[in-house]
Design a protein around this ligand. Structure first.
Ligand SMILES: *[C@@H]1O[C@H](CO)[C@@H](O)[C@H](O)[C@H]1NC(C)=O
Length: 424
């Protein structure tokens, strides 16, 4: 998120750069056939997730799911494949849940033959893509207004509610819609945190899952540094009060946000822009760019960041500050007492999670330190496998944007899931 701020600043400073001539732009953004990524950068930066799926010839459904506390979240479904397994019919379900400030689009932007959602649909799965409350697709509520700057009641949630409320509602909806009693779950970063929240607070959900594939899992934070969280951790306890008094409950999102970032990305991060290397460096945090397709930057920026509540970030900061993977710590201890029956919030008991679990981590991932991943593996109720991704330089963003992520990870995921399917 800080990276996006820096990027914004850099782009604004450079806004005086002359724009490339029309002919070159046409060449760049025109259709390139046979590409495994995007066949039109401009289109793919501006389309929304269902639009992308439709454009690439996959079936798509949009499901609005209302949570117990009134949030209207939107899930995107690809019921079957295009290149294989392309006839309608009952299939095993896989639920994909995105990371912090991300959306369903993160499993789509790498395009057919490459992006995880398409790979899974062609492998024979009924693919469901969640969108957490508050992001671009789920910024709606039965009676609260996300644009209300006074009460900010819409924004009083963290990933505790995303796991406990959004996921439970969506899982129930999927079971009702498909008739399938169980599904696979693939979470990325915050998407793994939400799964741990759901199944530790409501252990009866354990029986709904064949497997839990945790990509860059984020839970315990007892080892090592975390570049982004470190900055917040020192003033975590005043952040919410300050933000609220300024009228902010939301971060990196809101009306017009997506269009603004998409246009900046298209203008300054395209193949003809002298600023493209800067864009790439900021986005990838100075990491290995050898396996990063810079041409795709405008598409990535067209879909990410997709917005979140400030509390989601504060909650991660609390995990680090108190060295406890625990529920949200409210500003007043009385609030904690009222909600949890204790002055300090209770820890999530991950030993209650009995779903067969497979952890996948990158050695160079600053957001999901591998020692903390191993700790999670020890504490979970049913860890089956812990997999280090082969490429040493694999980082947090390679999980969704890496040029080699299909061969480094996605193919293996499908193999594991097929093996699970053959035994359950
Ligand atoms: C990078 O993405 C572009 C645009 O989708 C694509 O045409 C190109 O083949 C990709 N490059 C590599 C090395 O795969």
């Amino acid at each position: 998120m800080l990276k996006a701020l820096v990027l914004l600043a850099a782009l604004t400073v450079a806004a005086a750069e002359p724009s490339p001539n029309a002919e070159l732009v046409e060449k760049l953004f025109g259709a390139a056939s046979g590409s495994r990524y995007s066949n039109n950068i401009l289109q793919d930066a501006l389309l929304d997730a269902p639009g992308l799926i439709r454009k690439y010839g996959y079936p798509v459904q949009v499901h609005n799911v209302v949570t117990q506390d009134g949030y209207i979240t939107q899930a995107h479904r690809i019921p079957h494949g295009r290149d294989a397994n392309n006839t309608p019919g009952p299939r095993r379900v896989v639920l994909l849940v995105h990371g912090l400030m991300c959306s369903s689009a993160d499993f789509l932007v790498l395009g057919p033959g490459n992006a995880l959602a398409y790979v899974l649909a062609d492998a024979g799965y009924d693919v469901w893509l969640a969108n957490a409350r508050g992001n671009y697709y789920s910024r709606r509520h039965l009676f609260l207004n996300p644009n209300d700057r006074e009460g900010l009641d819409f924004w009083k949630f963290s990933w505790d509610e995303i796991g406990n409320r959004d996921l439970s509602a969506l899982v129930n909806h999927i079971v009702r819609t498909t008739g399938e009693q169980k599904m696979h779950y693939i979470g990325y970063s915050q998407g793994t945190t939400a799964f741990l929240v759901l199944n530790s607070l409501q252990p009866r959900f354990n029986e709904r899952f064949y497997s839990f594939q945790a990509l860059a899992p984020a839970a315990f934070n007892e080892n090592g540094q975390n570049s982004i969280r470190d900055i917040f951790v020192h003033f975590e306890f005043i952040l919410e009060a300050v933000a609220n008094s300024l009228g902010f409950g939301e971060i990196m999102g809101g009306e017009g946000w997506r269009e603004t970032i998409a246009n900046l990305g298209l203008t300054f991060c395209n193949d003809l822009s002298p600023l493209q290397p800067l864009c790439a460096n900021i986005i990838m945090g100075g990491g290995d760019l050898e396996n990063f397709n810079k041409t795709m930057l405008p598409v990535f920026l067209g879909h990410n960041p997709a917005g979140a509540a400030i509390r989601q970030i504060i909650h991660y900061s609390q995990v680090q500050r108190f060295k406890r993977f625990a529920r949200y710590n409210h500003l007043s201890p009385a609030d904690n007492l009222f909600r949890y029956g204790s002055l300090t919030p209770p820890e999530y008991d991950v030993s209650k999670i009995t779903v067969p679990t497979y952890l996948h981590y990158g050695k160079n991932d600053a957001q999901a330190n591998y020692e903390d991943v191993l700790l999670l593996g020890e504490r979970l109720g049913n860890t089956v496998g812990i997999y280090e991704i082969e490429r040493e330089s694999f980082n947090h963003f390679d999980f969704i944007w890496g040029g080699d992520v299909k061969t480094q990870l996605y193919d293996k995921l499908v193999d594991i899931m097929k093996t699970v399917d053959s035994t359950q």
